[in-house]
Structures are given as C-alpha cells and as structure tokens.
Ligand binder design. Structure first.
Ligand SMILES: [Zn+2]
Ligand SMILES: [Zn+2]
Length: 102
C-alpha cells in the first residue's frame, strides 16, 4: 500500500532553516559590540576617522560596515558582502555549513 509522507512540506525548510542557522551562530559568536554601537574613533587624527575592528586601519565612517553577528565594524577588505558579515564570522559560517552539509 503506497504511503505518501507529506509531513515535510515544501517551504518547511528554507527561511526557517536559515533563521535557525543564524540563531545558532549568534549563540556561537561572541558579540563584540551591540548593534548600533559606534566604531572606535581614531585618536591619532583630528578628522573623523574610525578604526576597522579587524585590521585596525582607520577609515571614514562610510567605508565601515557593522557585522550583524558580532557587531564588529569592518572595512571593505575585512568584509564578506554576500553574507553581510565580517571576515571573522564568515570563517565560522563556513565551518557551520560544512558541519551541516553531510
Ligand atoms: Zn579592515
Ligand atoms: Zn562578525
């Protein structure tokens, strides 16, 4: 007798799954700054420049982005645009993806 298992509805995985992943990551990743907290001001200059939390080079605020996971401010070189996280968190996400995809 054919028995169709339809408890795995299409759409049950996807956004929810992704949200779960990010929730796990948020537990895993140590938050360095609160969301919305400003970057560190570069005290060696009188102009308004701020330090990248990863490479410690100073940039204008418009060139820095805040990571949604750890809250670090990252410059373009320290940023992974396709994941919208800093390079540090990107490494952790890669490990997670490897773990989850066996
Ligand atoms: Zn940087
Ligand atoms: Zn990060």
């Amino acid at each position: 007798m054919p028995f169709k298992r339809n408890w795995l509805k299409p759409g049950a995985v996807g956004p929810d799954h992704k949200k779960g992943l990010y929730q796990d990551l948020k537990n895993e990743i140590k938050k360095v700054r609160e969301q919305g907290a400003p970057p560190t001001r570069d005290s060696s200059t009188f102009s308004s420049r701020y330090l990248c939390d990863l490479c410690n080079v100073s940039f204008q605020i418009k060139d820095l982005r805040q990571c949604v996971l750890c809250g670090r401010w990252a410059c373009e070189d320290c940023w992974t645009p396709d994941l919208y996280v800093c390079n540090s968190c990107q490494g952790i996400i890669r490990l997670y993806r490897m773990k989850g995809s066996d």
